[in-house]
Write a protein that binds this ligand. Structure first.
Ligand code: RB5
Length: 146
């Protein structure tokens, strides 16, 4: 699996922790920036990562800003992206099983690193359930393609 990563200044520190985890797990990844805690615009990084996932250059994306909200709003504007803002382990699993989310959004100022890393592990390791959820997602895709 190839993972695209992005953050703004509010998510930079957590993104660095996530990168260490991906190295440990031997998961191929690319950091699309930002490269520091200097103030920047989350929307730039959300769109870069979301487009890389939508174009199938990466299977999944992980985006971190202060709350995760800006990243999720921006990423979900990109056609084919199902970005989920997650703050707990139950949702990390459910959003893969039910929503087939392809981008995970986290809040670096909201979710502590220990919980965030558990969320990442669960989200990366959980498969989409398919079945009735396909019909529901197809309705979103149909709307996107109108
Ligand atoms: C940056 O201050 C902050 O607005 C951003 O990281 C994020 O929380 C936006 O949703």
């Amino acid at each position: 699996m190839k993972v695209a990563l992005g953050s703004d200044h509010g998510g930079y520190d957590l993104k660095e922790n996530i990168k260490k985890l991906l190295v440990e797990l031997k998961i191929e990844h690319t950091d699309f920036g930002s490269g520091s805690t200097s103030s920047c615009d989350y929307s730039d990084y959300a769109i870069k990562v979301a487009e890389a996932v939508a174009h199938k250059e990466y299977e999944r994306g992980i985006l971190v800003c202060g709350t995760g909200i800006g990243m999720s709003i921006a990423a979900n504007k990109v056609k084919g992206i199902r970005a989920a803002l997650v703050t707990d382990m139950f949702t990390a699993k459910a959003t893969r099983e039910h929503n087939n989310s392809n981008v995970l959004c986290l809040g670096g100022r909201i979710t502590g690193p220990q919980i965030a890393l558990e969320i990442v592990k669960i989200w990366l390791g959980t498969e989409f359930e398919g079945g009735r959820h396909i019909r529901r997602l197809d309705k979103i895709t149909d709307y996107e393609n109108k």
